[in-house]
Design a protein around this ligand. Structure first.
Ligand code: SF4
Ligand code: SF4
Length: 667
C-alpha cells in the first residue's frame, strides 16, 4: 500500500465519518416528530419510487426545466459508477469495472455522452438563474448561492472525470481497454496529449484527486444545503401518502384523554414524515408557481411553509434531541412565529402544490394540521367562521338555514326519502348547497329529473342528511367534522345504504375517502360519472339539434386533482350535437382553483386579487357562451366572477346536469 492509498484512506474515513455524523444528527431530528406508519405496501411504494423518483415523472410536468433536471439526475446516477470506481482505486489502485464486460462498455459510453449533456444542463441551469431570472427560482441570495455552489461542484465532478479518463487513455498509448468505449475522452486525449508522458501521469493523478475530493466535499456539503434532497428525495417519495385517498386527512384521536395537543403548533407536533418533507424541499418553487393564493397576491407560499418547517426544525430539534428542557427557543412556535395565521387561512386546499411538487411533499396536510391547532387549541380563527361553526352545529349546514327545510327543494318532484322507503339502488346525497342554495337547488332538480327519466331507482335522506363535514374538517374544526361524519354514518348504516351518488365533489371526496376512517364504507360516485354512464347506455337520449354553442368546462379540484375525474364530466357534453367544448389554458390536472375549497367559500377574500376572477377571466377568454362546472362551490365562484366582469348577459354558468337536461329528449 503506497502513500497515496494511506492518504486516501484517511480522507475517506474523515469524509464518511462526518457524513455519518450528519445523518445521525438529522435522523435524531426526525425522531422529535410524532410516529406515523408509512412502511405499509412496500410494492406500491417502490413502484412510486421507480415512476416519480427514477422516472422523474413529476419533474417532467415542466418539460424544459424538467429535461434539464432529468439529464443532471441521470448523469449523476451514471457517474456514480465512475465515483465508486475511483473510490475503490483509492484502496486498490489497479481496480476497474472492466470485469462487467459489455455492461462496462455501456457504462463508459453513456458516461461520455452524459458528461456533455450534464455540462450543457448545468450551464443552462445557471443561465436560468443568472440571465433569464426565472421567477420561481428567484428566492433570495442564499438560495441562489446554494444552487450555484452545487451546480459548480457538479461541473467540477464532470470535468474531473473527463480529465481522469483523458489522461489515462494517453498513458495507455491511446489504447482503450477491451470493453471500454469512450469516444469523447479518446478524442480529447488526442487533442491534449502526444502519448504517455510525465505530464499525462501528473494530469491523471491531479484529476483523480480532484474527482475524489470534489465528490467527498459535495456529499458533505449537502446536509447543510437545500440540496440535501439528493439524499432524501427517494425516501420521501417512498414514504409519501399512497392510494386513491392520498388527499384524505388523517383523523385526530379526540377520545385520547392523555392528549395535550390537537393539531400542529410546533415541529414536535408534526410527524417524522412532515419533518422529512422540510428536509427534502429543493426550493424549486413549482408549488409556489401553481398556488392560486400566491398567484393572486395572498400572503401564502406553500414553499415558504415547508422551508419554515425546516428552519424551525434546525432551531428547535437539536435542543429537543439533546433533552434540553429550558431555552428561549421554546418561547417561539412554528405557528405564529414562522408560519403566519393569514397564510394558513389563505389556502384553498386545492392540492396544486402537492400535485406539482417533484419530491411529493404534503403541504395540505401540514396546513390543515396547523389550522387544527388554531381552532381546537387556540380558538384563533377569522371572525366569519364563528357563524359557520355555529350554523354547522345547530343547522347542520354552514349557512343559516333551518335543517327542517333541507328537503324543500324536492317538493312536488315525487322523490322518496329513505324514511319512506329505503329500498332504492342509490342514495342521492344532495349536500348543503344542493339543498339550500337557490341556484344549486336547480341543479339538484335537474339531476333528479335526469335520474327519474333514466329509470334510476334513488332515494334521498331529506331532513336526516347533515353537512358531510368537509368544510369543518378543512377549516381545522376536527371535532365538529367528526361529529357530523359519525352522525351521518350512523344514519346511513341504519338504512343499510350501499351506493351513494352526489353532485358535490366535496361530499363525494369526503364520503368516499374519509368516511371509511369512521366506519362508513359505501360505494360513492359523482353525478358526472353516473350521467356519463346513462348517456353511454342510451338511458338519457340527447337531442339531435345543431345548437352552435361553445362550452368550456372548469375542473373542480376535489373532483379532478383529488379524484382523477377529468373525462366523465366532459364526455357527455362532447356528445351533444352542436356543442363545441373548448379548453381553458389551465385545464385538467393543471386546472386552476375557483377559490372556494378548504372552507374559503365562507371566508372574506381581502388580500390581493380574487381567485375566482382570475379563473373566470381565463374562462371568458375562450369566448364560450357557457361555463360548465360540476361543483356547487365552483358554480358560485364562477357566477360571481362572470358578474364582476359584467358578462352575465352573454355568458351563463351551468352545471353539467343542467346542460345535459336541456339537450336531452326529456326536456
Ligand atoms: S393547496 Fe392550493 S392554495 Fe393551498 S397552498 Fe397548495 S396550491 Fe396553494
Ligand atoms: S415544496 Fe416541493 S415544489 Fe415546493 S419548492 Fe419545495 S420541492 Fe419545490
Amino acid at each position: 500500500m503506497g502513500t497515496k492509498n494511506i492518504v486516501f484512506i484517511v480522507v475517506f474515513i474523515a469524509a464518511f465519518g462526518f457524513l455519518f455524523y450528519n445523518f445521525k444528527r438529522i435522523i435524531s431530528y426526525l425522531k422529535v416528530g410524532e410516529q406515523e406508519n408509512r412502511f405499509d405496501h412496500p410494492g406500491v411504494r417502490l413502484k412510486n419510487v421507480l415512476k416519480i423518483a427514477l422516472g422523474q415523472s413529476k419533474i417532467l410536468r415542466d418539460p424544459v426545466a424538467g429535461s434539464v433536471h432529468v439529464m443532471i439526475f441521470w448523469g449523476f446516477l451514471i457517474f456514480l459508477f465512475a465515483v465508486v470506481e475511483a473510490l475503490i482505486q483509492g484502496f486498490y489502485t489497479p481496480f476497474t469495472f472492466e470485469f462487467l464486460g459489455p455492461f462496462y462498455s455501456l457504462i463508459t459510453l453513456v458516461q461520455d455522452i452524459f458528461s456533455v449533456l450534464v455540462i450543457l444542463a448545468v450551464l443552462y441551469a445557471l443561465f436560468r438563474r443568472y440571465i433569464q431570472h426565472v421567477p420561481r427560482l428567484e428566492h433570495g441570495k442564499e438560495s441562489r448561492l446554494d444552487a450555484t455552489i452545487v451546480l459548480l461542484l457538479i461541473l467540477c465532478v464532470v470535468i474531473a472525470m473527463l480529465g481522469e479518463n483523458t489522461a489515462q487513455i494517453a498513458n495507455n498509448n491511446f489504447n482503450l481497454s477491451k470493453f471500454e468505449v469512450r469516444p469523447l475522452s479518446a478524442f480529447l486525449s488526442h487533442l491534449f496529449y502526444n502519448g504517455p508522458s510525465a505530464g499525462a501521469e501528473f494530469a491523471f493523478e491531479f484529476f483523480w484527486w480532484m474527482h475524489i475530493l470534489v465528490v467527498l466535499s459535495f456529499m458533505n456539503f449537502l446536509p447543510y444545503s437545500k440540496h440535501f434532497h439528493v439524499f432524501t428525495s427517494i425516501p420521501n417519495v417512498y414514504f409519501h401518502k399512497i392510494g386513491k385517498n392520498k388527499f384524505a386527512l388523517k383523523p385526530l384521536d379526540l377520545e385520547d384523554e392523555n392528549a395535550e395537543q390537537f393539531g400542529v403548533a410546533d415541529i414536535n407536533d408534526l410527524t417524522w414524515k412532515q419533518i422529512l418533507d422540510g428536509y427534502t424541499c429543493t426550493e424549486c418553487g413549482r408549488c409556489f408557481d401553481a398556488c392560486p393564493a400566491a398567484a393572486t397576491g395572498k400572503d401564502l407560499s406553500p414553499r415558504e411553509i415547508i422551508i419554515n418547517i425546516r428552519k424551525r426544525t434546525k432551531e428547535k430539534a437539536p435542543l429537543l434531541a439533546a433533552g434540553v428542557e429550558e431555552n428561549e427557543v421554546y418561547e417561539k412556535t412554528l405557528i405564529h412565529n414562522y408560519v403566519k395565521d393569514n397564510e394558513l387561512w389563505a389556502c384553498t386546499t386545492c392540492g396544486a402544490c402537492m400535485q406539482e411538487c417533484p419530491v411529493t411533499i404534503e403541504h395540505v396536510d401540514a396546513i390543515v394540521d396547523m389550522r387544527r391547532d388554531l381552532v381546537l387549541m387556540e380558538s384563533e380563527f377569522p371572525n366569519e367562521l364563528n357563524s359557520v361553526f355555529k350554523n354547522l352545529e345547530t343547522n347542520f349546514t354552514p349557512w343559516a338555514f333551518n335543517s327542517q327545510d333541507r328537503a324543500n327543494w324536492a317538493e312536488g318532484l315525487n322523490i322518496k326519502t329513505m324514511a319512506e322507503d329505503s329500498n332504492g339502488e342509490y342514495l342521492f346525497w344532495v349536500g348543503c348547497a344542493g339543498s339550500f342554495d337557490a341556484r344549486y337547488q336547480k341543479v339538484s332538480k335537474a339531476f333528479a329529473t335526469l335520474m327519474q327519466n333514466a329509470g334510476v331507482d334513488f332515494r334521498i335522506l331529506g331532513t336526516e342528511e347533515k353537512c358531510n363535514g368537509d368544510t369543518a374538517r378543512r377549516l381545522g374544526n376536527e371535532y365538529l367534522a367528526q361529529m357530523m361524519m359519525q352522525e351521518n354514518i350512523e344514519t346511513l348504516n341504519n338504512y343499510g345504504v350501499k351506493k351513494i351518488v352526489t353532485s358535490c365533489p366535496h361530499c363525494f371526496n369526503s364520503l368516499q375517502h374519509e368516511y371509511p376512517q369512521f366506519g362508513g364504507n359505501f360505494e360513492v360516485i359523482h353525478h358526472s360519472q353516473l350521467l356519463n354512464k346513462l348517456v353511454d347506455e342510451g338511458k338519457i337520449k340527447l337531442k339531435d339539434e345543431n345548437l352552435k354553442s361553445k362550452v368550456t368546462y372548469h375542473d373542480s379540484c376535489y373532483l379532478g386533482r383529488y379524484n382523477d375525474i377529468y373525462n366523465e364530466p366532459r364526455a357527455p357534453i362532447k356528445k351533444i350535437k352542436g356543442i363545441e367544448l373548448v379548453e381553458m389554458d389551465r385545464n385538467k390536472d393543471k386546472g386552476f382553483c375557483c377559490g372556494a375549497g378548504g372552507g374559503r367559500m365562507f371566508l372574506e377574500e381581502t388580500e390581493g386579487t380574487r381567485i375566482n376572477e382570475n379563473r373566470t377571466k381565463e374562462a371568458l377568454a375562450t369566448n364560450a357562451d357557457i361555463i360548465a362546472s360540476a361543483c356547487p362551490f365552483c358554480m358560485t365562484m364562477l357566477n360571481d366572477g362572470v358578474k364582476s366582469f359584467d358578462k352575465s348577459e352573454e355568458v351563463e354558468v351551468k352545471d353539467i346536469a343542467e346542460i345535459i337536461l336541456e339537450n336531452s329528449l326529456i326536456n
